[in-house]
Ligand binder design. Structure first.
Ligand SMILES: [Zn+2]
Length: 302
């Protein structure tokens, strides 16, 4: 190759590399928007790969709730999410020791991948609800930054602790029975406690309660795609085993407090080293071209 051609090739390569590097992350773009995209309320894409137009802000204090950590500006949701919070918090206020609910993150003003903290919560249909029973719904903004929630499980993750009450179980059951709800993520110890308490005749609702990492300071409610929202991708059901009536109160649940915490030692011949897997993209690494095309419009909208 002649020197000039070599130079041109190197320059082209360098430009290509810089343009890849320079492509902004979707989470940076969506994280910098402080107001929602005007337009009809619409979830676009999937819970962990999407965005939303026309999101509405949860009033920071309602008759039976307070939104927490206001500085994060993540209390934007679909109208269905806001009315669900209204309804569940009204029920919570009827439980002994609960004045209502403390509400954690919903979504950013335009949804999308977040600058930190969650893989999902991208389309305005996920909401985190604190395990801490509200004693006051008159917390100042400052108190809502500094107050912490409580964990409902033991430090070794295997059991619920003294913070878990029948009211917690009643609240999760009410959420699971709500037809708008698709699934609820909570620490396995809580689901085990609810499976042990449930009667044979009344445990179908436990199907919606999904054990997951963390989720001991809050539980996470995921709503179904609202009827008519054609750009919203419904999640496939993921219950692994239906061996016990489809409620998930089975060995797949027990795994979370046994093998997951103490993986069994490998036996037999050592396996061949696995081929390196391609790096999977995630909320942390998505660029705009990884999201549904409509998200560009959402980002650019007034
Ligand atoms: Zn969550």
């Amino acid at each position: 190759m002649r020197p000039f051609r070599l130079f041109a090739a190197v320059t082209a390569l360098a430009l290509a590399v810089t343009s890849v590097e320079a492509e902004p992350l979707a989470r940076t773009l969506f994280g910098s928007k402080s107001m929602p995209a005007l337009g009809a309320s619409e979830p676009i894409g999937s819970y962990a790969r999407g965005c939303a137009s026309g999101l509405m802000q949860l009033p920071e204090t309602g008759p039976t709730w307070q939104a927490m950590r206001l500085s994060r500006n993540r209390h934007w949701g679909q109208p269905e999410t806001l009315s669900f919070i209204q309804d569940l918090s009204a029920y919570a206020a009827t439980l002994p020791g609960w004045k209502g609910l403390y509400i954690g993150d919903i979504s950013q003003p335009r949804g999308g991948p977040m600058t930190g903290g969650h893989a999902s919560h991208q389309i305005g249909l996920d909401v985190d609800i604190w395990m801490l029973p509200p004693q006051s719904l008159r917390l100042s903004r400052g108190q809502r930054e500094s107050l912490s929630s409580i964990s409902i499980r033991t430090a070794d993750q295997t059991r619920i602790n003294g913070n878990w009450t029948p009211a917690h179980a009643a609240l999760l059951k009410a959420a699971a029975l709500d037809p708008r709800v698709d699934r609820i993520f909570v620490a396995a110890a809580a689901k085990i406690a609810m499976c042990n308490q449930a009667t044979r005749a009344d445990k179908r609702w436990l199907q919606k309660i999904r054990p997951f990492y963390g989720h001991n300071y809050h539980f996470h409610v995921r709503l179904k795609c609202p009827p008519g929202s054609r750009l919203c991708q419904t999640q496939k059901p993921t219950v692994a085993r239906l061996s016990n009536g489809g409620d998930g109160c089975d060995e797949t649940l027990n795994w979370w407090v046994t093998d997951m915490l103490n993986p069994p030692k490998p036996t037999g011949k050592p396996k061949k080293p696995a081929k390196p897997k391609p790096v999977k993209k995630s909320a942390k690494t998505y660029v705009m071209s990884d999201l549904p095309a409509q998200c560009r419009t959402v980002l650019a909208a007034p």
